[in-house]
Design a protein around this ligand. Structure first.
Ligand code: FAD
Ligand code: FES
Length: 281
């Protein structure tokens, strides 16, 4: 299937060549009541994954049967020195329940790296990460990418309650200043966050915003980016079939610069889109 004219050039996809990697599980442990962290040894091609890219995972069979389709999972950790990749996942259904059964020494079949990841503009000095829930899995490598390019990172992590705040340690280890907001005390409400984020911007101006995991956060991020005159991106999720741009199961409408809409494939044209392209949900 040919690319659309608006598809990013292949060279923008640092993940080529895409491979079906057989990765030995190192660990696969619960991090809280809902989420698990799976670390696996990965071959060279998989270690070339970039922030915002994902793998399509073959999920083992359980008593509920073998999931027919692979399941998309963002790259959470890329440790090139140790030759390991990591996935932070929420156990929600048949596929992720299967992933949760994998034990150290067993094999994970991971197709990837796939999709278009984050693109930090040249000269970015201060990155704002605004994320919620499992969407934050995709943000830890972005914080590392920003740190490597000399940018400071402020990560605002939103969750229902303090014990469900994800990726705190991973983002702090990447050098990010971490701020937590939660539903239980109302601090995660957009009307509470807006003045807080504006004060942070006044203190040290942001020049790029990355968001994920929440429509409310997306709208807040887009509004702030517009009023501050900066760019930003969002990592989107969609149900997937092939994960390779061929089946069009994952299309979403995006806004075109001159007005109007066009459908794009989340697996191939994304999962990272600009804040101006994304339409929310
Ligand atoms: C690019 C991408 C990256 C992702 N990264 C992560 C990640 O890092 N960690 C993580 O936990 N999850 C991630 N997801 C979501 C993950 O793929 C789904 O949770 C998983 O496929 C569910 O499979 P399942 O068989 O366990 O559940 P299912 O039985 O298939 O579904 C359980 C519930 O989750 C919903 N669901 C399933 N797939 C999706 C999806 N793609 N988007 C939205 N809702 C869905 C279903 O509608 C249903 O309500 C990502 C999705 C995409 C597209
Ligand atoms: S999942 Fe097949 S084109 Fe995106």
């Amino acid at each position: 299937m040919p690319d659309t004219a608006l598809s990013p050039a292949p060279e923008a996809r640092a993940g080529f060549p895409i491979e079906e990697a057989l990765c030995e599980i190192v660990s696969n442990d619960a991090v809280n009541a809902e989420y698990r962290l799976m670390i696996a040894r990965a071959p060279e091609a998989a270690l070339r994954a970039r922030a915002g890219q994902f793998f399509h995972l073959l999920c083992p069979a359980t008593e509920a049967g073998q999931p027919f389709l692979r399941r998309p999972m963002s790259i959470y950790r890329i440790d090139r020195a140790r030759g390991e990749i990591g996935f932070l996942y929420k156990v929600t259904g048949k596929g992720t329940r299967g992933l949760a059964t994998l034990r150290p020494g067993e094999t994970l079949n991971a197709l990837g790296p796939l999709g278009r990841g984050f693109t930090l503009p040249q000269g970015t000095r201060h990155v704002m990460i605004l994320g919620r829930g499992v969407g934050l899995a995709t943000m830890a490598p972005l914080a590392r990418l920003a740190a490597e390019s000399g940018a400071a990172v402020t990560a605002v992590l939103s969750a229902r309650s303090p014990e469900l705040v994800m990726s705190r340690a991973e983002l702090a280890a990447a050098g990010a200043r971490v701020i937590e907001v939660v539903d239980t005390d109302g601090s995660s409400a957009p009307e509470e966050m807006e003045p807080h984020l504006t004060a942070l911007h006044d203190e040290r101006a942001f020049d790029y915003i990355a968001t994920c995991g929440s429509n409310r956060l997306f709208r807040l991020a887009r509004g702030l980016a517009r009023s501050w005159g900066i760019t930003g991106e969002i990592a989107l999720e969609q149900h997937m079939g092939c994960g390779l741009g061929m089946c069009y199961a994952c299309v979403i409408p995006v806004a075109l610069p001159g007005g109007g809409e066009e459908y794009r494939r989340v697996c191939w044209d994304g999962p990272v889109f600009t804040l101006e392209e994304a339409m929310g949900w």
